[in-house]
Write a protein that binds this ligand. Structure first.
Ligand SMILES: Nc1ncnc2c1ncn2[C@@H]1O[C@H](COP(=O)(O)OP(=O)(O)OP(=O)(O)O)[C@@H](O)[C@H]1O
Length: 301
């Protein structure tokens, strides 16, 4: 886990490595103005955390980006295609295939097994695939998400909260996306399960080169895996940057969030984890001492 002091700063990206571009976004519900003149860029390959007080419009922002919410003004481009109207069905279908979404709570279909849930997006885009291949792909995604293969045949009601999140992640990964959106993925998980889920996201990003847009209230997640954090307040993104850059700002909500008791505790625990990892045994050393090569595979959910 990287500490606040030691996390490497992402190198500056060229313009075309911005894969989500939000400009002048406005969302109104009747008299309520949720977003006004909101701008945001997300860079290829980064894990971007999105934070803000309850009701500041984090989920509405995500829904606007993925085209589930038509904003009242402004534009959103993902992979260079407009998702806020303007694209043809063919173009928007092609671009939708390139992202996966884990909604709050997993949003699994309760009458479908885990494998059938994972197969839903695959069937939508590739209706001619045969059942055996669909089963193989689903099992692969389920295992990649840290679930045992036996969970394929289980129904959401038979899974723990952490397992449901992993099943939702398996479905988000179904179409080999380049970009994933995660809405509060660690909410409701115990701290060990939440840390394991964070590690899984980071590992998948590193292995698959994913770009990750993650809405979270979980300060530990921000410290552990996010390259940059975007702060929603006053109806817009008031700041985006590394945690080091954000804490240097004078914004009252940012100061209270990162320098309040929970923010400091998360920072301390990230630094402790970093310190402990320096003293941890390598897998080879552990094998020598214990004669076992099966350490550390339980992710705790
Ligand atoms: N379809 C809708 N119709 C009317 N109001 C809506 C709709 N969707 C969201 N809102 C309102 O927009 C505001 C922002 O909601 P949103 O769910 O994006 O907040 P959030 O920042 O994700 O909050 P939380 O952290 O509590 O999940 C809220 O006041 C919500 O009631």
């Amino acid at each position: 886990m990287a500490s606040r002091a030691q996390r490497p700063r992402p190198a500056p990206e060229p313009e075309d490595d911005i894969i989500i571009r939000v400009r002048g976004l406005e969302n109104r519900f009747g008299e309520q103005v949720v977003h006004e003149n909101l701008d945001l860029d997300v860079k290829r390959g980064e894990i971007l955390g999105v934070v803000g007080g309850s009701g500041t419009g984090k989920s509405v922002l995500m829904r606007s980006i993925i085209g589930l919410q038509q904003p009242t003004a402004g534009e959103v481009e993902v992979f260079g295609e407009l998702t806020t109207g303007g694209s043809s069905d063919v173009e928007s279908e092609a671009v939708r295939k390139r992202w996966g979404v884990l909604f709050q709570g997993g949003a699994l279909f309760s009458t479908l097994s885990v494998a059938e849930n994972v197969q839903v997006p695959i069937r939508e885009y590739y209706p001619k695939l045969d059942d055996q291949l669909l089963d193989e792909i689903a099992t692969y995604k389920i295992v990649a998400s840290g679930l045992p293969p036996e969970s394929s045949s289980k129904y959401p009601s038979e899974l723990s909260g952490g397992m449901r999140k992993r099943a939702g992640l398996a479905r988000a990964l179904a179409l080999d996306p380049e970009l994933i959106f995660l809405d509060e993925p660690t909410a409701g998980l115990d701290p060990i399960g939440a840390a394991a889920f964070d590690n899984l996201i980071k590992t998948l990003r590193d292995l698959l080169g994913l770009t990750v847009f993650i809405i979270t209230h979980d300060l530990d997640t921000l410290y552990a895996i996010c390259d940059r954090v975007a702060v929603l307040a006053d109806k817009k993104v008031v700041a985006v940057g590394t945690i080091e850059e954000l804490v240097a700002l004078d914004h009252p909500w940012i100061q209270e969030y990162f320098n309040g008791p929970r923010g400091r505790a998360a920072e301390d625990s990230a630094e402790r984890a970093e310190e402990e990892s320096k003293h941890a045994l390598s897998p080879q050393e552990a094998t020598k001492l214990t004669g076992s090569d099966e350490l550390g595979t339980d992710e705790g959910t």
